[in-house]
Design a binder for this molecule. Structure first.
Ligand SMILES: [Mg+2]
Length: 221
């Protein structure tokens, strides 16, 4: 039985922190507000923008929107290409495909950016089951809504949602899906455990092994 595996992008498949951090600094400059410090940048790697500029940085909605406009300009012009695939991720995806399973992407970044990142790092073919993300106009935002879209679009059982932040765990559990937390990303083991992740893995190789085990007992949908 082929099954879907839903993956987060940033901090799970790719280290996108240099491009996002640089774009956040430029966005703050553009909006005329202080640049986020290192802790704030880390907190911003995962939750959807512009709401995170309100929640994490304490800006009012109008300032958050101004930052969003400045962010997109810099990010789309180059920041989004400043990414590296985590070691072992391509082999893990190849193993899933060989076992007949289908990775799909569920990210809270706009899907147009996610597709461009996947193309840039050569992982687009691995995600032909689907790439799901937010819309640029904000009409679809947040992990649970993105997962909902993926579940409506794709057939077949779902093994788990794999991610690195508590938002991923929350998004999985909103749909009664198992949440697999990867400890090499931006959230870390303590955050993922506190959020109630069903499984934690420390390497892409361990993730591949776990997903095969979970797929073998995955209930039909
Ligand atoms: Mg992430």
């Amino acid at each position: 039985m082929t099954a879907l595996v839903l993956f987060d992008l940033d901090g799970t498949l790719v280290d996108s922190s240099p491009g996002i951090a640089a774009s956040l600094a430029a966005a703050a400059d553009g909006a005329g507000v202080p640049r986020p410090d290192a802790d704030q940048v880390r907190a911003l790697l995962g939750p959807p923008f512009p709401q995170a500029f309100v929640d994490v940085l304490g800006h009012d909605p109008a300032t958050a929107e101004a930052m969003m406009d400045a962010y997109r300009e810099v990010y789309a012009a180059g920041g989004l290409y400043d990414v590296t695939v985590f070691d072992g991720v391509p082999a893990m995806l190849a193993r899933l495909a060989k076992a007949g399973h289908r990775p799909a992407l569920t990210t809270s970044k706009p899907d147009v950016y996610a597709r461009e990142v996947l193309r840039h790092v050569g992982l687009d073919a691995a995600f032909d089951a689907g790439v799901f993300g937010a819309t640029l106009d904000g009409s679809l935002a947040g992990k649970a809504a993105v997962v909902d879209l993926a579940l409506q679009t794709c057939d077949g059982p779902v093994v788990a949602l794999v991610g690195d932040r508590h938002h991923d765990v929350d998004g999985a559990h909103a749909h009664d899906l198992p949440a697999v937390g990867v400890t090499w990303g931006f959230g870390g083991a303590a955050e993922l455990r506190a959020a109630g992740a069903d499984h934690l893995v420390d390497s892409p190789a361990a993730l591949g092994e776990l997903l095969e085990q979970l797929a073998a007992v995955c209930p039909a949908r």
